[in-house]
Design a protein around this ligand. Structure first.
Ligand code: FNR
Length: 364
């Protein structure tokens, strides 16, 4: 196994992105980095954070400060979790195993993707922090249940159902770079999936509506799924407040506000922009997580101020994995935690619950 160390110039998340560009094959970097369409949403994810300002408060005693918080009844060391990210052996030979070790070392939770390149059971064995399983709906209901039962048996404590990517985005950047999954990297959890029924289209039919979307889940399917498991179900990929409310009404225990890192439909809002409206709609006792564009502890702070219980970290885990394996991911997570601590200390907020909308400054 290659021995990887932390480069001296890896000081923040953006450094890991810069360094990953040098060490990943070009098509893989472009696939990981890129978004959908013209990448307006991907850019908006960053711009929306950048335009928010933190209003610092001085001389508060923060010596009892802590980043710990409670989500779904469990104590988390930091209000962060690793987002589900597919095919991690693309970035490092150990793939999800290395990420799981890093998450455990930093006591950060991990969402294992349906499209992991290691088995969900083997990843679970390496996670000692909160572990949730992310489900991509499969057309065959029985196969969904088989995956859910495996996740339950493997000790995952929640199910995250991603609903925003029934169709992959139109990923021109990855296409231009000629991205294809490298040989040997595969969705090992789906190897016994029953073959998809072959379809013939008449000239007046569309491969989108009558093709791909005929395999996509509906509210009815997700309601059914919630009834099939004792695990709390979180719906990932919500942007509209009415959809968040609907998720709550069908019995979901939370939502992840997300535009998939700008990788699916372009021209949609950033998660941070819609967060206040969603929090207002669902009330304070419902779990609201968000992701998209988080690169600094100040970003985590801004999301908490606008009502998120915690945030998810997507691409940075692959960048750090590519640069320095498990050590890199652990280092990247420590950077984010320490940046959050610095932000909380200098904003005069000792505890996560002290961070509120009053912690942000809005110019008149
Ligand atoms: C993802 N994302 C994702 N989401 C999901 O629910 N299941 C998955 O398997 C994947 N796979 C995946 C692969 C890669 C390469 C990327 C970059 C993203 C989306 C991910 O969970 C998250 O929503 C975004 O990555 C968050 O945005 P940032 O943090 O990358 O800006």
């Amino acid at each position: 196994m290659t021995k990887l160390t932390i480069p001296n110039d890896a000081l923040c998340v953006a450094d890991y992105q810069r360094l990953a560009k040098k060490c990943l094959p070009h098509p893989i970097f472009e696939y990981v980095y890129g978004g959908g369409g013209d990448e307006f949403t991907m850019q908006r994810n960053r711009d929306a954070f950048d335009k928010l300002a933190i209003w610092p408060r001085v001389l508060n005693d923060v010596t009892h400060g802590t980043t710990s918080t409670t989500v779904l009844g469990a104590t988390w060391r930091t209000p962060m979790m690793l987002a589900p990210v597919a095919f991690q052996t693309m970035a490092h030979e150990q793939g999800e195993w290395a990420t799981a070790e890093a998450a455990s070392a930093l006591e950060v939770g991990m969402m294992t993707s349906t499209l992991s390149s290691r088995s969900l059971e083997s990843i679970s064995k390496k996670i000692t922090s909160p572990k949730w399983f992310q489900l991509y709906w499969q057309i065959d209901r029985t196969f969904n249940i088989a995956l859910v039962r495996r996740a339950e048996k493997a000790g995952y404590s929640a199910l995250v159902v991603t609903v925003d990517s029934a169709i992959h985005g139109i990923r021109n950047r990855a296409q231009r770079a000629g991205f294809v999954l490298p040989e040997g990297v595969e969705a090992v959890n789906l190897t016994d999936r029953p073959p998809l029924p072959s379809k013939a289209f008449t000239p007046d039919q569309s491969i989108v509506f009558q093709g791909m979307m005929s395999e996509a889940p509906t509210w009815e399917d997700i309601t059914w799924l919630i009834q099939q498991t004792s695990l709390p179900v979180i719906i990932k990929g919500i942007l509209h407040p009415s959809d968040a409310l609907k998720a709550k009404a069908i019995g979901a225990k939370g939502v992840v506000i997300s535009n998939h890192g700008g990788r699916t439909l372009d021209c949609v809002p950033s998660a941070i922009d819609v967060l206040p409206a969603i929090r207002e709609q669902v009330g304070n006792d419902f779990v609201v997580l968000m992701d998209g564009g988080i690169q600094r502890g100040t970003d985590v702070f801004k999301a908490l101020a606008l009502g998120a219980n915690a945030v998810l970290i997507g691409r940075p885990q692959l960048y750090a994995l590519a640069v320095a394996g498990a050590v890199g991911v652990a280092h990247m997570l420590r950077i984010l935690r320490e940046e959050l601590e610095v932000t909380m200390a200098l904003a005069g907020t000792a505890r996560v619950q002290d961070i509120t909308t009053a912690s942000l400054y809005y110019p008149h």
